[in-house]
Design a protein around this ligand. Structure first.
Ligand SMILES: *Cc1c(COP(=O)(O)O)cnc(C)c1O
Length: 384
């Protein structure tokens, strides 16, 4: 019992835990450093070609982060000042920030209470004459169920669709990779994502060569050809060291995703009797890449403390929906405005799930959640 407390189950695993991978990554970094071509260049072009092929997209443009990927996608599609962009309140703050960065105004909306994501019905109810774009978020790695109806509605109303696929590298929606169904798909390679760099990095995928060309201008001083600056844009480039790291890891991504799927299935089986709500089952086998394994509980905070006492790390994605963050208080949406997103924020808990997680770690997580349930049952039956 006391011994168990010292056996941590971390929330995720870092690259140095896998010596063969780490050695290969160091070699890739050394290669870039020896060539001293740190910004854009061949390494970035190779990664872009490989990532586009992986996503089954015509083009990928490497940028400096997932947030910049969304902001530049909006700008490349002509979304800017005076425009409204529909954003789900149940997402990472970056989805809304990117809209502000592009000079447009986020219109924060509620989500489907089951999937936690946008639906066409929600989007339709939020349309105004200023709406120019909608950003479905493939939250936790699961393709948005209602994506096709959303794209269909956007086509009718002449809106752009930018997919926030920052958590969903490789997920498929009705056979197609996410990110390729809207006009642009945006990815983050923040170290903790399923495909993570050794710093900040991101990419936009698109099938439109004109949009890809504008993205390349916007990420680097609006310059093309050399010394011709067509737009005032600044820098948001992918650097060569990150590209080299990402190329090594991209070759392993499908194996890691397969492992995440197997672990998620095994964890859901172990939690079958626990009075928590497991993550909703994906529609199709490849619809979910399990970036995060998120359960729901009315006693989320107590459950989290209980796990912490047993050396099991957990996290909350996200404790406060975007409309209740100070940064977006000017939008005037108070508590109660978007009830489904607010309910999720109170109930969600992300459990550890990562490639390399052992059977023993999985068992410990399952057992600890089960114990919490058994301890609490008598209390729940009492007059609390
Ligand atoms: C990580 C993330 C982003 C932003 O990515 P950064 O690389 O951290 O800028 C945007 N949206 C979602 C849903 C994310 O999870």
């Amino acid at each position: 019992m006391t011994r168990g407390i010292h056996l941590e189950v971390p929330f995720t695993r870092l690259d140095h835990a896998e010596p063969a991978l780490f050695a290969e990554l160091m070699e890739a970094v050394e290669g870039v450093a020896s060539g001293a071509a740190f910004i854009l260049g061949e390494e970035v072009e190779r990664f872009e070609a490989e990532f586009a092929a992986y996503c089954e997209a015509r083009a990928a443009v490497g940028v400096s982060s997932g947030t910049e990927a969304i902001a530049l996608a909006l700008r490349a599609l002509g979304v800017g000042p005076g425009d409204e962009v529909i954003v789900p309140a149940n997402s990472f703050i970056a989805t809304a920030e990117a809209v502000t960065l592009a000079g447009a105004r986020p219109r924060l909306v509620d989500v489907d209470p089951e999937s936690g994501t946008l639906t066409a019905k929600i989007v339709e109810a939020a349309l105004t004459p200023r709406t120019r774009c909608v950003i479905p978020v493939h939250l936790y790695g699961r393709a948005v169920d209602d994506l096709e109806p959303i794209v269909e509605l956007a086509r009718e109303r002449r809106l752009a669709v930018v997919e926030d696929a920052c958590q969903a590298h490789g997920a498929r929606y009705r056979g197609r990779r996410v990110g390729t169904i809207g006009h642009c798909g945006c990815f983050s390679f923040y170290p903790a994502k399923n495909l993570g760099a050794w710093g900040d990095a991101g990419a936009v995928v698109t099938d439109d060569p004109g949009v890809a060309e504008r993205l390349r201008l916007l990420r680097s001083h609006g310059e093309h050809p050399k010394h011709r600056h067509r737009v005032s844009a600044g820098t948001a480039r992918l650097d060569a060291i990150q590209a080299a790291v990402l190329r090594v890891k991209l070759r392993r991504l499908d194996d890691w995703t397969a492992e995440r799927r197997r672990l998620a299935g095994a964890l859901t089986e172990r939690l079958a009797d626990a009075p928590i709500d497991p993550p909703p089952e994906p529609d199709a086998e490849e619809a979910h890449v399990h970036h995060l394994y998120v359960v729901q509980s009315e006693d989320r905070n107590a459950l989290r403390e209980h796990l912490g006492r047993r050396g099991i790390q957990s996290a909350v994605h996200y404790p406060l929906p975007i409309h209740l963050q100070e940064a977006f208080s000017h939008l005037g949406l108070g508590t109660g405005a978007l009830p489904a997103a607010e309910r999720l924020a109170r109930r969600v808990l992300s459990l550890p799930l990562f490639p390399g997680m052992t059977e023993e770690q999985l068992e410990r997580v399952g057992r600890a959640v089960g114990e919490f349930a058994r301890q609490r049952e008598p209390v729940a039956a009492g007059a609390v």
